[in-house]
Write a protein that binds this ligand. Structure first.
Ligand code: GLU
Length: 354
């Protein structure tokens, strides 16, 4: 008898666990707003077997209709924020997106937000939102590598998974996350690693924080870099200009001097190895730093850290290091930091905390 009761309890618990990611009743059904920005997930091509297509063509309503299963996970509505390939993503659209998401949560319009996005700059948008969204509610960014018209398109499945992840109570308090290819990544750590392969997103230093399978998500890790203090961009219409300079063997100082004299307030240097430069570029960066431009050393290597005052006398030169942030993410944090301060000690602290 005891055994039967135990088995009954066990199967009930298993059912509960399985049902967790799929709220059914109107009462528990989360309200999810999908904000569409374009990208391949909304891409349309002339042939199902050829790669050529135009990104951002398919409007949000068509995207939602293409995956009716998303409505099993909550009350889903869509809004078109932009219709661009994400290579055209820009500060104005970032600010629009961030302001809208903050407004959605402030006005209690939804319990979670999903953003559809091109994969090229998906990681930058994810990190920008991670640093500026003031809510613990799930914000999930999703894209696709193949257009909706392709034979083995990945967008529909990715969208369904992203909605399921957004609906899951387990996704609360994780900061902004990226859901792609049956994996969940932390916005800070994820990067696009292949220009063409389907499984392009990776977190090279730490791996995914969760895995998706068969309509369920399981989390395994959580980043400790999720400070409760976010950057308030609600009143901003632009961000300080920060440029990225690429490092390579025998680089000319012109790569640095060529951008000075403009509105540039910061330079992220995508250096060799541990953020290194040859002597001519080093001199040009030191000059820029003396003129008040904040120079942040990052690296082109793709993983690992950039360490303070090891091979380079950072503190003497007034440089900061990006820690483990890649150049494009370091640029996002430097732009946001510069909206609050030009103090290098504080900015360096941001790179060790955010
Ligand atoms: N370059 C386009 C974009 O980033 C298409 C690439 C994609 O979405 O995968 O929007």
């Amino acid at each position: 008898m005891k055994k039967i009761a135990f088995l009954f309890l066990l199967s009930f618990a298993t059912l509960q666990l399985q049902a967790q990611d799929k709220p059914k009743t109107a009462k528990t059904s989360p309200r999810i707003i999908i904000l569409a920005t374009g990208g391949t997930i909304a891409g349309s091509g002339e042939s199902s077997t050829k790669a050529a297509y135009t990104a951002g063509k398919v409007p949000i309503d068509d995207l939602l209709n293409a995956v009716p299963q998303i409505h099993d996970y909550g009350k889903i509505t869509g809004e078109q924020i932009a219709s661009i390939g994400s290579q055209d993503m820009n500060v104005v659209t970032w600010l629009k997106l961030s302001k809208r998401i903050n407004e959605i949560f402030k006005n209690n319009e939804a319990d979670a937000v999903v953003v559809t996005h091109g994969t090229d700059t998906q990681e930058e948008t994810a990190y920008f939102l991670d640093l500026t969204i003031m809510s613990d509610k799930p914000v999930v960014i999703v894209g696709a590598m193949r257009p909706s018209t392709a034979m083995s398109q990945d967008g529909n499945r990715n969208l369904l998974d992203a909605v399921m992840v957004a609906a899951s109570p387990k996704s609360q308090g994780k900061g902004v996350i990226v859901a792609m290819d049956e994996k969940v990544f932390d916005a800070r750590d994820v990067t696009k690693t292949s220009s063409t392969n389907l499984e392009t997103f990776q977190s090279r230093n730490f791996g995914p924080i969760g895995l998706i399978y068969d309509g369920k998500v399981n989390y395994y890790y959580q980043s400790l870099r999720n400070p409760s203090k976010k950057f308030d961009v609600t009143k901003l219409t632009s961000l300080p200009q920060v440029e990225i300079v690429y490092g390579y063997a025998d680089a000319s100082p012109q790569s640095v001097t060529g951008i000075l004299g403009s509105e540039v307030k910061g330079i992220v240097y995508a250096g060799m190895g541990n953020g290194n430069f040859g002597e001519p570029v080093g001199k040009a960066l030191a000059e820029a730093s003396k003129k008040g431009i904040v120079v942040c050393r990052s690296a082109r290597a793709g993983s690992g850290r950039i360490t303070l005052d090891n091979e380079v006398k950072d503190e003497e030169l007034g440089f900061v290091v990006s820690d483990d942030l890649n150049p494009q993410k370091a640029r996002v944090l430097l732009m946001l930091s510069l909206t609050e301060t030009a103090d290098r000690t504080k900015i360096q602290q941001n790179f060790f905390e955010y």
